[in-house]
Design a protein around this ligand. Structure first.
Ligand SMILES: Cc1cc2nc3c(=O)[nH]c(=O)nc-3n(C[C@H](O)[C@H](O)[C@H](O)COP(=O)(O)O)c2cc1C
Length: 255
């Protein structure tokens, strides 16, 4: 039913290497929050949504912020023309992203996460809902996750409003709140005053997908990959007149 382009994905790619769903959550819950932030900092992971902001700094700021509620948002709006890296990850490695959100929720102290899913990606919503239900059945979402007393976390999917600007994190937050998707003036920044005024981390799909690998392999090891300016793996979308192509229509069917 869903496209499988795994035969076109290079086997040595870190993002698509074998990953046992839930394993990074279990390991993260055995670590302290500070240890997770330490590994994330050591990984030198920079956000893959465009601005390249260090993920450890963003999570540290939300973890340190005061607020009864905190949120983690997965930015799956992917509106950049010709870009489809997040779509490939969502459909081929959903548990990397969802587990990354759970680890993020635990680290920053959030009890709820949202996936802001590009309107045109509505065809993958049921697939992702099925993944979320599978996680609930395994207690990888819900109350006292994996027996960790007091750690409650769940994820909801919200469809994007179909505007390019809604990929910008403050416009996205406005849209999530049911307002017109227009960017907010900053400061204050979402890490302090985000969704419904609560401390919020907005992370790109690919950024979140890197987190389970960092937890499992350690930050330093992750930082050995990539370039001196940007560690880890990076997924690129190549579209247009290419030799190897996967055709995909608007319902996600490939041929
Ligand atoms: C006009 C505009 C559109 C954007 N669209 C996206 C998008 O589609 N997906 C995304 O992840 N980030 C997008 N961003 C960047 C987000 O504002 C934000 O920096 C990012 O989601 C943070 O995630 P990261 O730290 O993991 O990179 C956009 C920014 C601007 C200014």
């Amino acid at each position: 039913m869903y496209n499988d382009i795994s035969n076109t994905i290079h086997e040595s790619s870190l993002l698509f290497s074998n990953y046992e769903a839930g394993s990074s959550i279990k390991k993260a819950l055995e670590m302290g929050r500070d240890d997770i932030l330490f590994e994330l900092k050591a990984s030198k992971l920079k956000g893959r949504g465009g601005a390249g902001f260090p993920t450890s700094t963003k999570w540290m700021l939300v973890a340190a912020a005061t607020g009864a509620d905190k949120f983690i948002i997965c930015n799956a709006d992917e509106g950049e023309p010709g870009t489809f890296k997040d779509r490939v990850l969502l459909m081929n490695a959903p548990f990397l992203i969802l587990d990354g959100m759970v680890v993020g929720g635990y680290t920053v102290g959030a009890a709820h996460g949202y996936i802001y899913l590009r309107g045109e990606y509505v065809y993958m919503r049921q697939f992702l809902e099925d993944c979320l239900n599978e996680m609930r059945e395994k207690n990888l979402l819900g109350e006292n996750i994996c027996g960790k007393e007091g750690f409650h976390f769940d994820i909801s999917i919200v469809m994007g409003a179909g505007a390019y600007v809604c990929g910008e994190e403050t416009a996205l937050i406005e849209s999530l709140e049911g307002q017109r998707g227009e960017p907010r003036n900053r400061p204050p920044y979402p890490v302090n005053t985000g969704l419904c005024g609560a401390p919020t981390t907005v992370n790109n799909v690919e950024t979140l997908a890197a987190v389970p690998h960092i937890i499992l392999m350690g930050g330093e090891k992750y930082a050995e990959r990539g370039t001196s300016a940007s560690s880890g793996s990076k997924l690129f979308s190549i579209s247009g007149d290419c030799e190897n192509r996967v055709f995909m229509n608007s319902t996600g069917e490939s041929r």
